[in-house]
Design a protein around this ligand. Structure first.
Ligand code: F6P
Length: 328
């Protein structure tokens, strides 16, 4: 391993995700294992610009592997999108004698990391952390598995009340641009219909599907809607639309929102975070930069950051067919 890198900093950026703490822990402890200093940067790129740093030791990250959120906190920094902001950040990195940066976040965070590298040739590496699972170059992002389990637990509860009252529920789940969460929890929770940005179901087909559900003898229905869905109506408008067109339905809406981002990470997310954290540090020590660590075909692999940002992580459209069949 190269001895050029003596101090590595880590930050979390964008929407927090369960498993980020486990990844921070892995980064800090891998540094300690290789006798490298480590620094935690608070509040993502905001803290980088303001010099909100703390030297870390293996003990600084004790008892966090099981905690949701991020001990380093997070932000969506507007200033880091400017050259001036990045100049301040670089100055702080240089003053603190930091040689490389691990960014745990999503594609916006990786775009910032690449800009820093381009302008200052500063070594950066990404760890995909977002509940949306919308990053190319990894089958799973940190937090996605936990978010699925959280969402499904809640939808199961909604099903209890929906069937007690013979109601239809529109349940909105997170996923700004991708339907991974909606499609998977929809199948897992036995949703009668699933609306995702990748497939335009259309209002007519939605009504047809609801009619078929009623005719087949179902008393309650759940439609899982991804927040990024393109049907042209939000969940509240969908409720009005269905009530107007199918007065036989008593409709309610539930927006799961940020509760999907909280909570203790699943075992899967903790293990993945640990693997990615170790690989991120060891890749930097091997001289790699501008890459993201991810899980590809069950192996930890590196993907160029620009690919991770530009390419899309496709949802498995076979699951749409599976959903249609199993809810028949
Ligand atoms: O990117 C993760 C995510 O939770 C999206 O699913 C959601 O659209 C967005 O973040 C919400 O962001 P914020 O917490 O800034 O409102």
């Amino acid at each position: 391993m190269s001895n050029k890198i003596k101090k590595i900093a880590v930050l979390t950026s964008g929407g927090d995700a369960p498993g980020m703490n486990a990844a921070i822990r892995a980064v800090v402890r891998t540094c300690a294992f290789h006798n490298i200093d480590s620094v935690g940067i608070y509040r993502g790129y905001e803290g980088l610009i303001e010099g909100d740093f703390e030297e870390m030791t293996a003990r600084s990250v004790k008892s966090i592997v099981n905690k949701g959120g991020t001990i380093l906190r997070s932000s969506r920094s507007k200033e880091f999108r400017t050259k001036e902001g990045r100049a301040k950040a670089f100055k702080n990195l240089t003053t603190a004698e930091i040689d490389a940066l691990v960014v745990i976040g999503g594609d916006g965070s990786f775009t910032g990391a690449l800009a820093l590298n381009k302008e200052y040739n500063f070594p950066v590496i990404g760890i995909p952390g977002t509940i949306d699972n919308d990053i190319y170059g990894t089958t799973y992002t940190l937090g996605y598995d936990t978010a699925l389990n959280t969402a499904i637990e809640v939808i199961d509860k909604i099903r209890d009340t929906a069937s007690s009252h013979s109601r239809l529920f529109f349940v909105e789940v997170m996923g700004r641009d991708a339907g991974h969460i909606a499609l998977n929890v929809g199948i897992g929770a036995g949703a009668e219909e699933i609306l995702i940005p990748e497939e335009d179901l259309g209002l007519d087909r939605l009504l047809e599907s609801l009619k078929r559900s009623k005719q087949s003898g179902k008393t309650s229905s759940i439609v899982v809607v991804s927040e990024g869905d393109k049907i042209g109506k939000n969940v509240f408008e969908l409720k009005d639309y269905v009530e107007e067109n199918m007065p036989e339905y008593d409709v309610r809406v539930s927006v799961l929102g940020h509760l999907q981002r909280g909570g203790a990470p699943s075992c899967f997310d903790r293990v993945l975070a640990s693997q990615l954290g170790v690989k991120a540090v060891e890749s930097l020590l091997e001289g790699k930069t501008n890459v993201m660590v991810g899980l590809v075909k069950d192996e930890i692999a590196l993907t160029p950051l620009n690919k991770a940002i530009k390419l899309k992580s496709e949802v498995d459209m076979n699951l749409v067919r599976v959903s249609d069949i199993v809810t028949y």
